[in-house]
Design a protein around this ligand. Structure first.
Ligand code: CP3
Length: 368
């Protein structure tokens, strides 16, 4: 077996699998005591720039839980920081932006910082180094690369930090569409480049996180966001083509839009009304939160796509019988989705989660 022939990649491409693959968003993080020990004394962004720390933190949940995929340890704001944007990740809060983006001049700055219009591999050498090392260490276990989608990144930049209502972002989108499209287009290019660096270094799949897209109506998503997320994902398809060696011994699996075997997962929270559009943006797999049963989500997404999800992360704090019942229900529902199912949570692991419960969930999913 190879990473490209793993249960995770096969499920993502709608192929038969030996068992239901499972991984967890935020599997590398504060739920693990070994993570907290490694992170003591360094900032999140410093950890994200240290290839040895990235490698070790990425591997921790794979060793401990036996999950079917690793996710690259980084953050959605890392490429922005690499371009010189002044952002801090404040513990318990999230990314905080020193100078929020509110004018065309601010947007133009994003392309001109350090005299560079583009994020290149040279701006994030620690990413290439860590991905290469991880791919070698992981062997048959696939590595998922990721980026933040234009809307979610734009929300942090415009609001200046986490936001409940995304009010300034929506006001800018509607009030100054030209400025909005300039910003979202710039962020699409940055997201695409960040994904391309990871795929070129050996990531077997990618996930585009549009965590906060669920705040938008379908009409607004389609008009203001979808074209930019589509550009970010389409670029990955092109990068995957060029990353495949000509005389590769690995069978190249053609999928929709021509991405050869590097499946693209598209995820957001509260996106029940947007699922078909997330798929239409160019994904082989659509991530689903806990608000819809997988069968209904798959019906909305339409044929030909796999689904990923969708255990409510809060339920991991309940007693085991509750968790077991929910895991069994979700696996049964996933089995009925013709396009394939990857077991995951509906959003990230909560820091207070008992890691032994995560291990037990992996064992249960694999046994079913
Ligand atoms: O295991 C994994 O999933 C990979 C690592 C990962 C992190 N951030 C590590 C992290 C991934 C994929 C992300 C993406 C990310 N970052 C998203 C999209 C995913 C999602 O959760 O919706 C978003 C919205 C962010 C922005 C962000 N960064 C937030 C909201 C936070 C949490 C702030 C807090 O302290 O609660 C961060 C910081 C962050 N990113 C942590 C981790 C492990 C916690 C920082 C710490 O451990 O000190």
């Amino acid at each position: 077996m190879t990473a490209t022939d793993s249960a995770f990649v096969r499920a993502a491409l709608g192929q038969p699998v030996p068992h239901v693959p499972v991984w967890f968003m935020r599997q590398a993080g504060r739920s693990l005591p070994e993570y907290r020990a490694l992170r003591a004394g360094n900032s999140m962004l410093d950890a994200c720039r240290d290839p040895d720390l990235i490698t070790e933190i990425t591997l921790q949940p794979v060793r401990r839980h036996g999950v079917d995929a690793a996710i690259f340890f980084s953050d959605i704001v890392v490429p922005l920081v690499a371009l010189g944007v002044d952002i801090e990740i404040v513990p318990g809060v999230g990314p905080v932006v020193a100078h929020p983006v509110r004018t065309l001049g601010d947007v133009e700055m994003l392309g001109e910082l350090d005299g560079l219009g583009e994020l290149t591999a040279a701006r994030v050498p620690f990413v290439t180094a860590a991905v290469r090392g991880l791919v070698a260490e992981l062997g048959d276990t696939p590595l998922i690369g990721f980026a933040g989608a234009p809307f979610t990144l734009a929300s942090y930049l415009i609001e200046g930090g986490p936001s409940r209502d995304h009010a300034r972002t929506k006001a800018l989108m509607h009030g100054d569409p030209g400025l909005w499209h300039a910003l979202a287009g710039r962020l699409a290019a940055i997201a695409a480049a960040f994904l391309r660096v990871q795929v070129s270094a050996g990531a077997a799949a990618v996930q585009l996180f549009d965590s906060w897209a669920g705040a938008l109506s379908a009409a607004d998503y389609e008009r203001y966001v979808l074209p930019h997320s589509r550009a970010a994902l389409a670029d990955v398809a092109a990068a995957a083509v060029s990353a495949v060696p000509v005389a590769s011994a690995v069978p190249v699996v053609p999928v929709a839009d021509g991405a050869p075997g590097v499946p693209r997962i598209h995820f957001g929270v509260g996106t029940g009304e947007l699922l078909a559009l997330l798929r239409a943006a160019g994904a082989e797999v659509v991530g689903v939160d806990w608000r819809l049963p997988l069968a209904e989500a798959a019906r909305r997404i339409g044929p030909g796509a796999a689904v990923q999800g969708n255990l409510d992360p809060a339920l991991l704090l309940a007693d085991w019988p509750v968790i077991e019942r929910e895991v069994r229900r979700i696996v049964a529902e996933g089995r009925a989705v013709p396009g394939g199912h990857i077991f995951n949570l509906g959003h990230g692991v909560l820091p207070q989660t008992d890691p032994d419960v995560l291990t037990r969930v992996v064992e249960l999913v694999h046994s079913l």
